[in-house]
Design a protein around this ligand. Structure first.
Ligand SMILES: Cc1cc2nc3c(=O)[nH]c(=O)nc-3n(C[C@H](O)[C@H](O)[C@H](O)COP(=O)(O)OP(=O)(O)OC[C@H]3O[C@@H](n4cnc5c(N)ncnc54)[C@H](O)[C@@H]3O)c2cc1C
Ligand SMILES: NC(=O)c1ccc[n+]([C@@H]2O[C@H](COP(=O)([O-])OP(=O)(O)OC[C@H]3O[C@@H](n4cnc5c(N)ncnc54)[C@H](O)[C@@H]3O)[C@@H](O)[C@H]2O)c1
Length: 469
């Protein structure tokens, strides 16, 4: 059988694959990019971008509710054309997808961009619908897909994942969201704010993956005001006439549709990895180095959601870059990974940065916190609900991490991640400028609380100012 020979084959033209391509293309090595399924990336098609467009529409519509406070009359009579709302989300989604495709695969010839699902025949040999590709290096960037329990698939179009949600022509009257991680909260709150009767379920006693008990408690209280949350029981679904009954513990609701947001699983099972000459763990995952993206000592690299490690867009970007660099270099180079940061765009934002609460050694760690209730700017915005918790190493005063539910958390989380990356102490953070009145002042208050608990104090006689040397 005829074989096409290349230096590098990239499997998957999602974000990780395209970032890898960004390193492979200028290297001068020969390559192919192979993609099965829809083009345009998960992020633009069914992920980050349409979900944020939905959140924006919901937040703006919801905001109308407080206009009465300023004496605006008639706001209660505002209505929403839900078909138009979802149409707007789809228009924006299409713009983002077109932009991705026109900046990437649209200009690639059939010689280098191959459409179809790849599978391994031998360690360096791939098959794409009968086409054989022999590649010296292979980058697997095949992404992930929503978890859908097999028996639930029988409920047809009454059960949705984010793969279908943004294709819907209108919103359902009622919806059960099963799984209150990041997707369940973002979509659940948005749809509730757009008028859908939403009920949320999670088998855990927390939401949004929060593991700091104080932040989790605040989040359950705040988000629970948008839609009811039933926690601590796995949910079951049965059919009742043309509706679905969702039951968990002693709670039961009858709904038009269900959103299954139970997590995502790596797209590794369609690759016939058993032919790739690599060792697979019990869960079918190969062990790889997250600083080089290399699987063992093989010629295969694993980048993006497919490795299940940090399934976020900016991480897929970094992993693609690392894999692309190493697949085209003579020597494998290890790269430092950035401090973890995760932002859940619910209102108020739920964020975590650096070390998780459960990873901290409570013997050597101190925690500072602020409640958003009295924070001036938050009060003015009508968003003074939430809590920020910051963690530091007691002896050195180095900032370790944070969890929060807080308006503009997306910005605060970045500031904290940048400080952790710079290895700063709490005292050094307090020497940064804080404007007034801004939400950063809430963070400042949490840092003062933390500063009082660390051993390492600033040497200057005024904590907030450095002395002139
Ligand atoms: C609803 C939702 C909201 C999100 N919001 C955010 C957010 O706000 N911020 C954030 O940072 N992240 C967010 N994410 C996560 C982010 O979208 C992903 O981390 C990122 O898109 C992963 O990119 P990837 O390249 O690994 O995978 P993908 O973009 O999925 O690319 C993988 C590609 O490989 C193809 N493929 C699969 N198998 C094969 C095969 N055998 N052969 C050839 N091709 C194959 C697939 O069809 C696909 O085109 C969100 C995700 C979802 C679902
Ligand atoms: N803002 C963002 O950055 C953003 C937004 C959306 C998605 N994402 C990415 O998408 C990934 C997947 O999101 P997700 O929300 O699907 O996964 P997730 O892992 O965040 O949450 C899944 C939730 O489902 C629950 N669950 C699982 N099985 C259950 C069952 N049988 N009954 C009840 N609850 C059950 C889990 O306890 C968990 O809370 C995220 O890890 C993230 O990387 C990111």
């Amino acid at each position: 059988m005829e074989e096409k020979k290349v230096d590098v084959a990239i499997i998957g033209s999602g974000s990780a694959g395209l970032y890898a391509l960004g390193k492979v293309k200028p290297s001068g090595k020969s390559f192919v990019l192979i993609n099965g399924g829809e083009q345009g990336t998960t992020c633009a098609r069914v992920g980050c971008m349409p979900s944020k467009a939905l959140i924006q529409a919901a937040e703006d519509f919801h905001r109308c509710k407080i206009l009465g406070r300023y004496g605006v009359e008639g706001h209660k009579a505002l209505t929403l054309d839900t078909e138009e709302a979802i149409g707007h989300v789809q228009d924006l989604r299409d713009t983002f997808v077109d932009r991705v495709i026109s900046n990437s695969t649209a200009h690639m010839s059939d010689e280098v961009f191959i459409e179809g699902y790849a599978k391994f025949v031998e360690p360096n040999l791939l098959d794409v619908d009968g086409l054989r590709i022999r590649a010296e290096k292979i980058i697997i960037a095949t992404g992930s897909r929503p978890v859908m329990p097999k028996p639930w698939a029988a409920f047809g179009d009454r059960i949705l994942t984010t793969d279908q949600l943004f294709e819907e022509e209108d919103l359902p009257e009622s919806l059960a969201v099963i799984g209150l991680g990041v997707i369940g909260l973002e979509i659940g709150q948005s749809l509730a704010r757009l008028g859908v009767d939403v009920t949320g379920f999670d088998m855990l006693e927390t939401i949004g993956g929060l593991d700091d008990p104080e932040v989790a408690k605040a989040a359950i209280d705040i988000i629970g005001k948008d839609f009811p949350l039933y926690l601590g029981h796995g949910a079951e679904i049965t059919e009742e006439d043309d509706k679905l009954r969702v039951t968990a513990g002693d709670k039961s609701v009858l709904v038009e549709k269900v959103l299954a947001s139970l997590g995502r699983r790596p797209n590794l099972d369609n690759l016939q990895l058993e032919n790739a000459g690599i060792e697979l763990g019990e869960n079918g995952m190969p062990a790889y180095n997250p600083q080089t993206m290399q699987i063992g000592n093989s010629a295969i690299f694993l980048a993006g959601d497919v490795n299940g490690d940090r399934p976020l867009l900016h991480e897929a970007g970094d992993e693609g870059r690392i894999a692309g660099f190493n697949a085209t270099s003579d020597k494998i180079q290890a790269f430092q990974r950035k401090p973890p940061i995760a932002i859940n765009f619910v209102d108020p934002n739920i964020c975590h940065v650096g070390k998780r609460w459960s990873e901290l050694d409570q013997e050597t760690t101190v925690t500072g916190e602020v409640n958003l209730a009295p924070v001036g700017r938050a009060l003015i915005m009508g968003k003074n609900k939430g809590i920020i918790r910051v963690y530091a190493d007691k002896a050195s005063g180095k900032l370790l991490g944070s969890e929060m539910i807080c308006t503009k958390g997306e910005n605060l989380a970045h500031l904290l991640a940048w400080c952790i990356q710079q290895d700063l102490t709490v005292g050094e953070l307090l020497q940064m400028p804080f404007y007034h009145p801004v939400i950063e002042e809430a963070l400042q208050a949490a840092l003062y609380d933390l500063y009082g608990k660390v051993d390492q104090k600033n040497s200057s006689p005024i904590t907030e100012l450095r002395t002139v040397q």
